[in-house]
Design a protein around this ligand. Structure first.
Ligand SMILES: [Zn+2]
Length: 250
């Protein structure tokens, strides 16, 4: 299934980078941000159906009604609790263990890579399981959710918010810079389960390609990156990645 020149290349201790997107989470049964938004119906989910995600996931929404936004994220955190990493997540953990240099960049906020055991993860869009102060950026592990109002920062009294990138917000600078640097200096760049259209993440693969890296795409369908990729595997990352690990390092 895997060309011998690709297997040899990966065995030759190059610098590896992988970018993952929504497709990897979908294989765990997690629906995409927009898909996961409830449709009008019964139960608690129905409560949120009257809002568009853009009306909840933005700094303006938080300024207007912080409790509404806080409660929506509490509901979403609860919704992802039953979701588990899939074999693709675990294969990326294996690659990190076996490759001398490996950096994982993800657009996913669901924490599944860390849950699976990946250590070196750049989270471009944040992490829904983390909470920080909206004013002073202090992270907090524990907060009182049983209140009428949004919990406040113990340091400065500011409102706590999820550590995710909202519509209209810039990506976390340090994470983005590290991702760009890793992409420009890697030998092999994996683009996995990502549509290749959400910027600036999509530009990372092109940056790697332009610097001479070998681009490997694993996705359910062709993307704008496909014509530039040296190797294209169409299918599920949860099936392809474990096979690749066995073929290269098994
Ligand atoms: Zn604070």
């Amino acid at each position: 299934m895997f060309p011998s020149d690709l297997v040899s290349l990966l065995r030759g201790t190059p610098k590896l980078v992988a970018l993952t997107g929504a497709g990897v989470s979908q294989e765990s049964g997690l629906r995409t941000f927009r898909d996961s938004h409830p449709s009008p119906g019964s139960g608690q989910a129905g409560l949120w159906a009257q809002y568009k995600p853009t009306e909840l996931a933005s700094p303006e929404a938080f300024a207007r009604d912080p409790k509404l936004v806080w409660d929506w994220y509490a509901w979403r955190r609860e919704a992802v609790k039953g979701v588990r990493p899939n074999p693709g997540h675990y294969a990326l953990v294996e690659i990190e263990k076996r490759a001398p240099q490996f950096i994982l960049i993800t657009q996913n906020v669901d924490n599944l890579h860390r849950f699976a055991g990946s250590q070196n993860v750049l989270e471009l869009h944040g992490n829904i399981q983390r909470v920080r102060c909206a004013d002073c950026y202090t992270f907090t592990e524990t907060w009182d959710d049983d209140t009428e109002t949004v919990p406040r920062c113990k340091e400065c009294g500011g409102l706590l918010r999820p550590d995710v990138v909202w519509f209209g917000e810039a990506l976390p600078r340090a994470q983005l810079e590290a991702a760009v640097e890793a992409s420009r200096s890697c030998d092999v760049f994996f683009s996995i389960g990502t549509s290749g259209v959400v910027q600036p993440a999509a530009s990372l693969a092109f940056a790697a390609h332009n610097r001479g890296a070998v681009v490997v795409e694993i996705n359910a369908e062709p993307t704008p990156l496909t014509p530039k990729a040296e190797y294209v595997f169409e299918g599920k990352s949860g099936e392809i990645l474990p096979q690749l690990v066995r073929a290269v390092w098994g």
